[in-house]
Design a protein around this ligand. Structure first.
Ligand code: NDP
Length: 328
């Protein structure tokens, strides 16, 4: 059987469990395609799977990687409207950190002319998440204030810009360094808060005339879950879509009654599988913003496949801004 280079996880743990190995090249089953991977997106989800802290457990051994762009190398039975050499980007559960990956034929996104493989790999996972936490789960309305945590991150850089495009005001950004806050400002944030140094709920209240903010994008976890409530407006919404601190946090639902508040959850794989009709229009809108230059991608860190450990170290160590990719 043909072999390929890949990154494999054989035991859960720190980034050093990411091994650069030779494994058997997969072949597409019915309804699948084989993609020759050019760029693999590195996402927080991959680090959480590696630690076995993801929402669903991943059987060992596995090749991590939930987002690839590349060229269709083989088309499985029953896949229509796709041919070899098509340039595509797609989401996977695992398998992306490899020279070849199999993917369902139905979720492929054609890469528009003029867009390179790196740019394409920076769009679906973080782009669709940023869009839907704001619009579908967050139900953002024109003129409402939004608090974006980790605003210089992969999802954060896109959420700040999309919030602006959706008419949010003010856009309040938190991050751990001044450099990251400067980036958030360049992307359109109105209020900047270093949440590792300042009393951030107090700063959010100050920025909203004491009322609190209408929508909070929550992905830190731990005591942030509760603290968000200290600066959420009446009828405000919190969308929980991650727990980068590794602590899930907790809150008492009955406390939400006091100010008619809502806490929602968001999980992209559920949206892709359960509400596919929401995906295409949002993707079109995102691609339209990119084509018009209203939305920009921040691709900050590039590593060769064999340096996946360094990529995970940097992402978990809060060293990166925007998108992190592996080049093959
Ligand atoms: P990021 O590029 O945003 O990197 C994570 C950032 O989290 C860090 O840069 C850091 O920013 C911030 N952070 C805050 N607290 C901590 C902490 N204790 N340890 C480490 N980092 C911390 O990653 P992604 O854009 O890939 O993902 C952002 C979040 O969105 C993650 O929680 C991820 O799991 C989630 N996500 C969820 C999806 C879903 O379907 N629900 C889909 C995609 C992403 P700073 O230094 O500024 O604090």
């Amino acid at each position: 059987m043909p072999q390929m280079r890949a990154i494999q996880v054989s035991e859960f743990g720190n980034p050093d469990v990411l091994e650069h190995v030779e494994v058997e090249r997969p072949s597409p089953s019915e309804g699948e395609v084989l993609i020759k991977v050019k760029v693999a997106g590195v996402n927080y989800a991959d680090t959480m799977r590696r630690r076995n802290q993801y929402l669903e457990e991943t059987p060992l051994p596995f090749v991590p990687g939930s987002e690839v762009s590349g060229v269709v190398a083989e088309v499985g039975a029953g896949v229509e409207d796709v041919k070899e050499r098509d340039r595509v980007v797609t989401l996977l559960r695992t398998g992306g950190y490899a020279q070849y990956a199999v993917a369902p034929g139905r979720n492929l996104i054609s890469i528009p002319n003029g867009m390179d493989f790196e740019e394409a790999a920076a769009i679906p996972l973080q782009g669709l998440t940023a869009y839907h936490v704001l619009k579908s789960s967050g139900m953002l309305r024109q003129g409402e204030g939004v608090l974006v945590h980790a605003a210089a991150g992969g999802v954060g850089t896109l959420a700040v810009q999309m919030a602006k495009l959706m008419g949010a005001s003010p856009i309040i950004a938190t991050a751990s360094t001044q450099e990251k806050l400067n980036l958030a400002k360049e992307l359109g944030a109105d209020v900047l808060i270093n949440y590792t140094e300042e009393d951030w709920p107090e700063k959010v209240r100050e920025a909203t005339s004491g009322e609190g903010v209408d929508l909070i994008l929550e992905m830190v976890g731990g005591d942030f879950v509760q603290k968000n409530l200290e600066c959420l407006a009446a009828f405000g919404r919190i969308v929980v879509y991650g727990s980068a601190s590794g602590e899930r946090g907790s809150l008492i639902p009955a406390n939400l009654m006091l100010k008619n508040q809502v806490v929602a959850g968001f999980y992209l794989p559920q949206l892709m599988g359960g509400r596919p009709e929401l995906v295409e229009p949002s993707l079109e809108e995102i691609l339209g913003w990119l084509a018009s230059g209203e939305l920009s991608l921040t691709i900050d860190a590039r590593y060769p496949l064999e340096k996946a450990q360094e990529a995970h170290d940097a992402l978990e160590g809060r060293q990166t801004t925007g998108k992190v990719v592996l080049n093959l």
